[in-house]
Design a protein around this ligand. Structure first.
Ligand code: GLC
Length: 751
């Protein structure tokens, strides 16, 4: 019989008040942890290390028995609050020691209210947007009994062939660090002390984004210097923000998979960073150690992972099947086991689960309520990036059009607009661009809609004639193209990141009508667009915008608000340019306009050394199609007066760098002012520039603001050949501007 659990109605305020009391319980919880450890059997200790997937049905009965026996410490993928409360009740009331469960779920960019994919949120360059999205996601997930999410993903996203670039916060270490910390704070609050906050998980530790050829789960070889200067800082920033847990990556890092990598898990995470939460594997990534070829069998995999400092095993059972023997053989010590269990119990205490293990949904705000939808819409608005706007096609002026053709498979698809990793979303909540455009158009403007393609991968041109007719009978065309959601995300990598299916042909045929064309692109990655960029008048890159895609895009198209997004990744012209990112090294032979010669310009039988000779591809221009940090507005911003308050600084000092930004247009608009710095020469080569600060500001028409950045010499530090974090004397070049192509330039010397 399904238990119906009637819990005493915890008032929402009572829950909050009681949790506030838990804040200063670290010392108390340490005493309680030791008390539990002294009572626990080895089997019960091993049980705490097991994160079990709940697939429901008969599996659930077996799971309940294991709960009673104390063989499970956490579950993932159960989202029914009654079932969660029931399982918690068994753990708390029917097991010998009553240790509550962690309830994990991938709440990556929303639970029921879906926000833009993380790569889209990153395009907002707004920590407040990211914070609010995580906070609302936590409220909705916690209301159902979830107390742990597997986010933020902090991997560096520099290869758009990789499907998981959709889940990253972009290509840049600094941007990811700032936004990742904001996401942690949104999920957790200050100290996990509220029932509507959930534990975060900094993943995938570490270097996963460097998977060779952008193929998921592939090998990564990252020199320690590059690992420390590029890949690790976002994780450190997340831990500084209080991230409760860390998840290891699937990937092999320099020959030692992350799930058995003692350097990562002990040297960096514990010894250097003093991390006091717990480490969880990725899905069966401990069992996969033998597949990698690191171990001969599951028992050795369990040994390698436990010995490296991996506390909790997700989905596979090598710990539950082999740790007991490893302890009996003294290969894993009781002290090691107690440390693993203590790390996990510590988070359970910090979450206050021993006092308040259950949830009561009526005590929480309604799912997908108006406030949550409004926040999702604002996030989608601020995430969209205006990449092109010629002939003033945008914004659409209602009074000047009679008919709008809306064409494409992503104009009216409430599921595809949500993007990857949306297990708990309900597309019935989605508001699509087509409906929103119709609503804004009202009676004044007729909307001609043609889907034209069954999906973004369709190779058929069967319905193109309908689309062309619609275009010919309209004043303006809005195309909704890109990638359906399944084409990005885990294990969904593409060797060619052009527009899928027959979309290019559709664009060419619509372009041939001569009508003004606005291309709205939804995608989970940067797409290679050089082959169509000149066939349209405007491009609005919306990523996968989530539940409120429609109202957000419609407000932008009709000028209710100006676009303000900036690219968090570099857009290549063609796939062959990948990886291409702004913070590259200079090389010994950097390309210049003088040394660049395109393949088509090479004269027959030119002498071998007369062409190229610098770092570029003959068959494409050496610049990206759109640079990191780029994004247009409906207004124009003028940057001037770059001022440094000193030209020389000593180690330990701070320099103030400012510039004036003037809104020369007639639009209220937001602009992300970006600060880049180059360390011109150092004991290891440094990038040609690095983002060191950004501020998103609002400017009224005609308004000027001075934006200032304070840079401490620590902000200029890097890991040298000896892996020491240092700032070295020398010349630094400074830029402030609206993208990584910033032109306002100055310099200073550290002496
Ligand atoms: C997956 C992902 C990881 C996710 C986990 C649980 O394979 O790599 O990011 O959190 O399994 O779903």
């Amino acid at each position: 019989m399904q238990h119906r659990f009637i819990f005493k109605q915890y008032s929402y305020n009572y829950i909050i008040m009681y949790r506030e009391l838990l804040m200063g319980t670290d010392s108390v919880s340490k005493i309680r942890i030791n008390d539990l450890l002294n009572k626990m059997t080895i089997e019960e200790k091993i049980g705490q290390l097991c994160l079990v997937n709940t697939t429901g049905g008969s599996h659930l009965e077996a799971l309940k028995n294991n709960l009673k026996d104390g063989k499970i410490g956490a579950i993932l993928n159960e989202v029914n609050p009654d079932v969660i409360n029931e399982l918690q009740y068994i753990a708390v009331k029917e097991s010998r020691l009553g240790i509550p469960l962690l309830i994990g779920r991938d709440v990556i960019h929303g639970f029921k209210t879906i926000f833009p994919i993380p790569l889209g949120q990153a395009a907002s360059w707004n920590p407040d947007i990211v914070y609010e999205g995580a906070r609302i996601s936590a409220i909705e997930a916690a209301s159902q009994g979830i107390n742990w999410t597997f986010a933020p993903m902090l991997d560096i996203g520099r290869d758009p062939r990789w499907g998981r670039v959709a889940e990253t916060l972009g290509e840049d270490t600094y941007l990811i660090s700032v936004l990742g910390a904001a996401m942690v704070s949104g999920f957790q609050g200050t100290k996990l002390n509220r029932k509507d906050r959930i534990a975060s998980c900094a993943k995938h530790f570490a270097g996963y984004g460097a998977s060779e050829s952008g193929r998921d789960y592939n090998t990564t070889n990252i020199p320690e210097n590059e690992l420390r200067n590029t890949h690790l800082p976002p994780f450190k920033a997340a831990l500084n923000a209080g991230a409760a847990t860390v998840m290891t990556s699937f990937s092999d890092l320099d020959g030692v998979p992350a799930s058995a990598n003692e350097f990562l898990l002990k040297q960096v995470l514990r010894k250097e960073w003093k991390f006091d939460g717990f480490v969880v594997s990725d899905w069966e990534s401990i069992k996969q150690l033998s597949t990698h070829g690191l171990t001969p069998n599951d028992k050795e995999s369990a040994f390698e992972a436990a010995n490296a400092g991996l506390d909790m095993e997700m989905a596979s059972q090598t710990y539950s099947e082999h740790l007991f023997a490893l302890i009996n053989e003294s290969r894993i010590s009781m002290q090691q086991l107690d440390t693993m269990v203590s790390n996990i119990l510590g988070i359970k205490f910090r979450l206050g689960l021993f006092e308040l293990p259950y949830t009561n949904p009526p005590d929480f705000p309604e799912l997908v309520n108006e406030n949550h939808l409004a926040a999702a819409k604002e996030a989608a608005i601020q995430s969209a990036v205006l990449l092109k706007n010629e002939n003033n096609v945008l914004p659409i002026v209602k009074e000047s059009v009679k008919t709008i053709a809306v064409i494409g498979p992503l104009a009216d698809d409430g599921y595809e607009q949500l993007g990857t990793w949306v297990f708990d979303a309900d597309e019935r909540h989605s508001q699509t661009p087509l409906n929103a455009i119709k609503e804004i158009s009202g009676e004044d403007v007729h909307v001609n809609y043609v889907r034209a393609m069954e999906s973004t991968r369709s190779k058929s041109s069967q319905f193109f004639s309908d689309a062309i007719d619609a275009a010919n009978n309209s004043d303006i065309v809005v195309l909704f193209l890109g990638e359906e959601s399944i084409l990005s995300g885990e294990a969904h990598c593409r060797a060619d990141i052009g527009l899928p299916g027959n979309q290019v042909e559709l664009i060419k045929q619509i372009s041939a009508t001569g009508k003004p064309i606005i291309l709205v692109l939804m995608a989970g990655r940067a797409l290679a667009l050089e082959n169509i960029v000149n066939d349209v008048d405007a491009i609005l890159y919306a990523w996968h915008p989530g539940t409120m895609a429609g109202p957000a895009i419609a407000d932008l198209l009709f000028g209710k608000v100006s676009p303000s997004g900036k690219l968090p990744v570099t857009f290549p012209r063609v796939t062959g340019q990948v990886p291409i990112y702004y913070s590259q090294k200079n090389t010994g032979k950097p390309v210049t306009p003088e040394t660049y010669m395109h393949i088509d310009d090479i004269q027959p039988r030119m002498h071998q050394v007369s062409v190229g000779n610098t770092s570029y591809h003959l068959d494409t221009h050496y610049t990206p199609l759109f640079p990191f940090g780029f994004g247009l507005s409906y207004t124009e911003f003028n940057y001037s007066h770059l001022v440094l308050d000193k030209n020389e600084i000593h180690l330990g000092e701070t320099i103030n760098i400012s510039a004036e930004i003037f809104n020369k247009g007639c639009w209220d608009a937001m602009e992300t002012v970006q600060l880049y710095i180059r360390d011109v020469s150092a004991s290891v080569t440094r990038p040609v520039k690095e983002l060191k600060g950004f501020k998103k500001i609002s400017l009224a028409p005609g308004e000027t603001k001075v934006v200032s950045f304070q840079i401490h010499t620590d902000d200029l530090s890097f890991h040298n050949r000896k892996m020491q974090r240092v700032t070295e004397p020398g010349k630094f070049i400074v830029w402030i501007g609206s993208s990584s192509n910033a032109e306002l330039q100055s310099e200073f010397e550290m002496i």
